[in-house]
Write a protein that binds this ligand. Structure first.
Ligand SMILES: Nc1nc2c(ncn2[C@@H]2O[C@H](COP(=O)(O)OP(=O)(O)OP(=O)(O)O)[C@@H](O)[C@H]2O)c(=O)[nH]1
Ligand SMILES: O=C([O-])CC(=O)C(=O)O
Ligand SMILES: [Mn+2]
Length: 589
């Protein structure tokens, strides 16, 4: 399929190490993919679902110890430890290569190696980058075929160039003690072994489009971020674009596909989805910031997705979708998860596949991090700009997370530098998207803690630099939101989901200078009357609470921020220190 010497010699080297019985190039044709689906069904790797109700849909379950990203086994192997920085695991490249070579040696014996050429971003777009993933998993091939642009057209685009990311994945025996997700940014190389879970093995996604890409972005003057991209259309038909960074399982997919409350819909407001997880951002010729979604599909969290909460995601997952670790409704061979509807089907197979109507994992039939892999083109509200190779101009950047207390519903940063600080001080309760404890508050700057491919302090500096390259009136305005504030009984006090539109409208009004705001120690808060709560069942006291900044709670948080920043030592940009001092001063006034 190619005469590219760099590709072919790398492939030879990898094949000599892993010794597959066969090597199959993925050309991207439907025929080849259909044959692979049939093969995966025949070996039990996938189950074909009800083809009338869910045409083209398949089911896959992973090993029980392999259901989420594994941050403690994810490494950034830069030449020096300082380059990886204190929030990443690091090992010297030669040492890591040696360790992994031992694991990979012979790992594909008796198996087939698939060669997947793929493009992150529309093929040929100036934003786009190419990768080639070698894998011994059909599940990976079929997921990559949904999540990225694959096949011959990508090799044609690559031509003789050596500019591609070399990705190697071997499923091996999914032994968690020998599981490694490893990045060599300087070599544009990713090696993943002993996992078959999406976030660890679909190497175009987190590994390339965030970790390697963030490193390339720093070097080349652009940004790779854990952000959704949405277009908000007003009744006049004008569309403004918003990017939002929330940590894993904190609402990006939901916000990206939001359906406005009925009365705003009637007025003519609409939301268009450009991306739900990753944004690549570049400064355009006009000096504004432009975003593309490098992906071609959604790898979305299933639990909590319902017709009411996220109709568009559900619609997206009705055909040509792969479901992973959800429950199966045996009555009609369809899928089920907590939150899809009220009651689980009577005859149901839980995600582990072992127990039918028996003991369940923490009382759940679907794994909390069960996912659907759906083509973006299935989405009823996919943006007409989804394939635009130039991207969309960004009016606002929104940071957010799960905070039971502390963060108000929404506030605006005073300027870009303060906005970078707001992003850098993000914190959120952990979720099931990564292995480990759930519900623990941890600092997650820009939602990139698990995804930054170099020293986080340098990443902050890069953000500051990018701001300096844009005129203040052209740079996106920066905001922070929190849909997850709780009352003393642990109930969310903001209705969330479609009603988040009300907050987006305030954000865009602020971008256009249409609304005043109230100054607070942490930034600009909305005036209560400026947040549209028409037809919303929420009382004044609750709105008040949602917009409260409790100085005592914030002072505690600032202490934690300061401790967190201490790990970066002298590398922490002075601008971040300045903002921390300003915040302290504001809070003690
Ligand atoms: N209470 C509340 N829950 C929400 C809201 N938005 C999303 N959720 C829930 O949060 C969970 C994760 O939401 P997603 O939109 O899939 O999260 P994500 O940020 O796209 O996650 P990743 O794919 O892991 O990066 C789901 O169970 C949602 O139902 C909201 O506004 N309020
Ligand atoms: O990578 C994954 O497994 C899914 C994802 O979007 C995240 O965890 O943020
Ligand atoms: Mn994500």
């Amino acid at each position: 399929m190619t005469n590219n010497k760099t590709v072919l010699s790398w492939l030879d080297e990898m094949a000599a190490m892993t010794t597959p019985d066969e090597i199959v190039w993925i050309d991207g044709s439907e025929k080849q993919l259909e044959d692979l689906r049939a093969e995966a069904v025949s070996t039990g790797e996938m189950i074909q679902l009800n083809q009338e109700k869910l045409p083209g849909c398949y089911y896959h379950r992973t090993a029980e110890n392999d259901v989420a990203r594994v941050e403690d086994r994810t490494f950034i192997c830069t030449p020096t430890e300082e380059e990886a920085g204190p929030v990443n695991n690091w090992m010297a490249p030669e040492q890591m290569y040696a360790k992994l070579k031992a694991l990979y040696t012979g790992s594909m014996k008796g198996r087939t190696m698939y060669v997947i050429p793929y493009s992150m971003g529309p093929v040929g777009s100036p934003f786009s980058k190419i990768g080639i993933e070698l894998t011994d998993s059909i599940y990976v091939v079929l997921n990559m075929a949904i999540m990225t642009r694959i096949g011959q057209k990508v090799l044609d685009q690559l031509g003789d160039s050596a500019d591609f990311v070399k990705c190697l994945h071997a499923k091996k025996d999914v032994n968690p003690d020998e599981r490694y997700i490893v990045h060599f940014p300087q070599d544009s190389t990713i090696w993943s072994i002993n996992s078959a879970y999406g976030g660890n093995v679909l190497l175009g996604k987190k590994c390339f489009a965030l970790r390697i890409a963030s490193y390339l972005g720093k070097k080349e003057g652009w940004m790779a971020e854990h952000m959704l991209i949405l277009g908000l259309e007003n009744p006049q038909g004008e569309v403004k674009y918003i990017c939002a960074a929330f940590p894993s399982a904190c609402g990006k997919t939901n916000l990206a596909m939001l359906i406005p409350p009925e009365y705003l819909k009637e007025k003519g407001y609409k939301v268009w989805t450009v991306g739900d997880d990753i944004a690549w951002l570049r400064i355009g010729k006009d000096g504004r910031l432009y975003a593309i979604n490098p992906e071609a599909g959604f790898f979305g969290v299933a639990p909590g997705t319902s017709e009411k909460t996220n109709f568009n995601a559900l619609e997206s997952a009705k055909k040509n979708t792969i479901f992973t670790n959800v429950a199966i409704n045996n009555a009609d061979n369809t899928v089920w998860w907590e939150g899809l509807d009220k009651n689980p089907p009577e005859d149901c197979t839980e995600w582990t596949g072992k127990l039918v109507n028996g003991k369940t994992y923490e009382g759940k039939l679907a794994h909390p991090n069960s996912r659907f892999t759906a083509p973006a083109i299935n989405c009823p509200c996919i943006s007409s700009e989804f394939e635009n190779p130039e991207g969309v101009p960004v009016s606002a950047i929104v940071f957010g997370g799960r905070r039971a207390k502390t963060a108000p519903l929404v506030y605006q940063a005073r300027d870009w530098q303060h906005g970078v600080f707001v992003g850098a001080t993000m914190a959120s309760e952990t979720t099931a998207a990564a292995a480990g404890a759930v519900g623990v508050v941890r600092r997650d700057p820009m939602a990139m803690k698990p995804f930054v491919g170099y020293n986080m302090a340098d990443y902050f500096a890069h953000w500051i630099e990018m701001g300096k390259k844009m005129d203040a009136d052209k740079a996106p305005k920066i905001f922070h939101v929190n849909w997850f504030r709780q009352d003393e009984n642990g109930n969310f006090i903001w209705p969330g989901f479609g009603d988040n539109m009300r907050v987006l409208l305030w954000i865009l009004d602020r971008c256009e200078g249409k609304k005043d705001a109230v100054e607070s120690p942490i930034g600009y808060l909305p005036k209560k009357e400026d947040l549209d709560v028409n037809n919303l069942d929420i009382d004044d006291a609750t709105m008040e609470e949602l917009l409260t900044v409790d100085k005592a709670v914030w002072l505690e948080d600032v202490e934690n921020q300061e401790q967190y920043f201490a790990q970066f030592g002298d590398r922490l940009p002075k601008e971040i220190k300045e903002e921390l001092e300003t915040l302290k001063k504001n809070l003690s006034k």
